[in-house]
Design a protein around this ligand. Structure first.
Ligand SMILES: Nc1ncnc2c1ncn2[C@@H]1O[C@H](COP(=O)(O)OP(=O)(O)OP(=O)(O)O)[C@@H](O)[C@H]1O
Length: 317
């Protein structure tokens, strides 16, 4: 068995003169949930489409299960960014139809559709026509349709967008369930909370390039932990400031500052020995959201710096 279901290397795509994707590689371990994160327009959809062989890269290659993606289409389930089902079809038929397009027997598709929908608590709309459904509900039906043939690789482009919190939770459950069945899941999102809960690994794409690859914890470790320390109410402010690192900010009755991992224990010892007391203390890793914003801002800043250098050079020319 191949350890990696997806091995896309050096994917590059131009639209006219614009390099929408620049040397992006995605290596997705078999049986994992893998997130492709990035701001709007970063190049996520284009990268996924090249990975699946839907559009050709200008440079780079993609292998799915060690083969050209077109050769293993029947083993892939794909929810594209553009949504759409036949409005006249009932939910159960729409799901069976999508399964049939991937070679699943129609009656088996109808049976699985009912099972999926019942398990997800959607049984009341099994025989409802798509045109009568809300957009979010139709999206859930399309999602089920894209995995009803039990694919080995599931690729979902922004699957959470447009879903209410209940359906978002259903989708998270579905993704975990499919992974537990043995499928590999690759999805794009800019909603960090889902990625944080679901992903075994993730890539962050910003301004056309991959800027990070690793686990959620790897990403969170890019930033120092954050301390919130509340001394005893009668503690002397000057003594507190002398105890804490420069840059510690007082807000209300607490002090806030970042701390490197190696400095945590010395800080605890200093606080204990200070006699300033502890009315509250928390030391927490920043969330994935913070790491994402940090990475994207750094990339944006380097672009802005380049742009201003260009402007100066142009002005001097
Ligand atoms: N067919 C196309 N022709 C021209 N430009 C395109 C085309 N498809 C995408 N682009 C541009 O390429 C860039 C990357 O688009 P892409 O859809 O891959 O980004 P994304 O990260 O998926 O964004 P979003 O989160 O907004 O869906 C964008 O600037 C987009 O406008």
């Amino acid at each position: 068995m191949n350890d990696f279901s997806v091995e896309a290397k050096g994917l590059t795509k131009y639209f006219g003169d614009f390099k929408a994707v620049d040397d992006v590689s995605l290596t997705v371990p078999t049986g994992s949930i893998y997130g492709v994160l990035g701001p709007n327009g970063a190049g996520k959809t284009t990268s996924l489409r090249m990975t699946l062989g839907i559009i050709d890269p200008d440079e780079g290659t993609s292998r799915v299960f060690g083969e050209r993606p077109q050769a293993v289409r029947h083993r892939i389930g794909y929810l594209p960014e553009e949504r759409g089902l036949y409005p006249g079809m009932k939910a159960r038929e729409a799901i069976a139809f999508m399964g049939a397009l991937r070679g699943l027997d129609w009656s088996e598709g109808r049976r699985r559709a009912a099972t999926f929908m019942t398990e997800l608590g959607l049984e009341r709309v099994i025989d409802e026509k798509i045109r009568k459904m809300s957009k979010g509900m139709a999206q859930m039906i399309q999602l089920i349709g894209s995995i009803v043939h039990a694919p080995d690789l599931i690729v979902l482009d922004e699957p959470f967008s447009g879903l209410d919190p209940v359906n978002q939770e259903r989708l998270e459950m579905l993704v975990r369930r499919e992974r537990d069945r043995g499928a590999t899941i690759l999805f794009s999102t800019h909603v960090m909370a889902h990625a944080e809960r679901l992903c075994d690994r993730l890539a962050i794409i910003a301004r056309s390039q991959r800027r990070f690859e690793g686990t959620v914890d790897d990403a969170r470790s890019l930033l120092p932990m954050q301390v919130r320390y509340t001394p005893r109410a009668d503690a002397d402010a000057a003594a507190i400031a002398a105890l804490l690192p420069a840059g510690a900010e007082p807000r209300g009755d607490s002090w806030f500052f970042p701390i490197e991992d190696a400095d945590v224990e010395p800080l605890l010892a200093r606080i204990t020995g200070s006699g300033l007391g502890v009315a509250g203390l928390s030391i927490t890793r920043p969330a994935l959201h913070d790491a994402f914003v940090h990475i994207v801002r750094q990339v944006d800043a380097s672009f802005d710096a380049d742009a201003s250098t260009d402007a100066v050079e142009e002005a001097l020319a």
